[in-house]
Design a protein. Structure first.
Length: 302
């Protein structure tokens, strides 16, 4: 198949079947430092656009043999919202998806456009990127085309949050010595506290990047996550770096969860066995509450 790939197992979204809208060549209006794709000059359109019915034919072929997936993910070898037939594609997918969820992975560059927001409202999950709200830092890390306006992106996300009733995820990807300053993260957190997305995915470089940039440590990610207090944050760990576990008393567990909800990934990764046992007891006692957000659970104090 040319346009369908996977499925892949994602801890954040479940078992995902991908749709690539630009398999032949990278088509993106960003040239992010951390991108796992090759370097490229930003463009504002999908090159060699696929036909919607070709994509739907491949999707039907896959689903006729296997529906054991959680989500159909619209992505691209670049930015999927540049696809001129996105509205029709989403409409056709919704006709055949049944009880499966739909997801798009977007850099948010076009979210200020009403027609794009109207399309995205027909998806079950929308994941948008926001690596900085400072224009200078934004240009350094995301290297956008001249047509991209950061202020429009931020205002567009704010409008979309008010319009969109399903699961909104914001991804913040941190690069060492580029957008990892506490000042940059604090500014992003201030904006996201106003927007109130359902979830924030905070991560760093984990695959070979387009440019010679470095990741931050897992420890630093957790320190930066503290700025998003009151919001559901998933710290996306680097796979090749171990994270130490911690032994906490009951009062420390409750204090920690009162400051910031912990995802199930945080619990699994950071708590030692004794702390996990205490955590389970507190959950049974009703001192900790569980909230399901998409494919993940978050825990906080009652």
């Amino acid at each position: 198949m040319k346009y369908i790939f996977g499925p892949v197992n994602s801890r954040r979204f479940g078992i995902s079947l991908g749709i690539d809208l630009s398999p032949d060549i990278k088509s993106c209006n960003f040239d992010c430092l951390y991108c796992e794709l090759e370097k490229n000059t930003p463009v504002d359109f999908i090159q060699n656009e696929p036909d919607v019915q070709q994509i739907i034919t491949e999707l039907k072929q896959f689903l006729s043999k296997n529906r054991n997936i959680d989500v159909i993910t619209i992505t691209a070898n670049g930015e999927p919202t540049l696809y001129s037939k996105l509205g029709l594609l989403v409409e056709e997918i919704n006709k055949i998806k049944g009880d499966l969820k739909t997801l798009i992975l977007s850099n948010a560059s076009t979210i200020y456009k009403k027609e794009i927001r109207n399309v995205l409202k027909n998806l079950d999950i929308v994941k948008l990127s926001l690596d900085s709200v400072d224009p200078d830092v934004f240009k350094k890390v995301d290297r956008p085309s001249s047509s991209v306006d950061l202020n429009k992106i931020v205002e567009g996300i704010k409008i979309f949050r008010k319009e969109y009733k399903s699961l909104l995820v914001i991804e913040v990807l941190v690069v060492q010595n580029v957008n990892d300053s506490e000042d940059n993260i604090r500014k992003i957190a201030q904006v996201l506290k106003e927007i109130k997305p359902d979830r924030i995915d905070l991560g760093t470089v984990d695959r070979p990047p387009a440019y010679r940039v470095k990741p931050v440590s897992n420890d630093k990610l957790y320190k930066l996550a503290q700025y998003f207090d009151g919001l559901n944050v998933v710290v996306v760990h680097r796979k090749n770096e171990g994270t130490p576990t911690f032994k906490l008393e009951e009062k420390d567990i409750l204090k920690t969860l009162s400051t910031r909800p912990f995802s199930e990934i945080d619990i699994e990764t950071l708590f030692d066995d004794d702390t996990k046992t205490q955590f389970e007891q507190l959950l049974k006692q009703g001192k900790i509450k569980r909230e399901k957000v998409g494919n993940l659970s978050f825990y906080s104090t009652v």
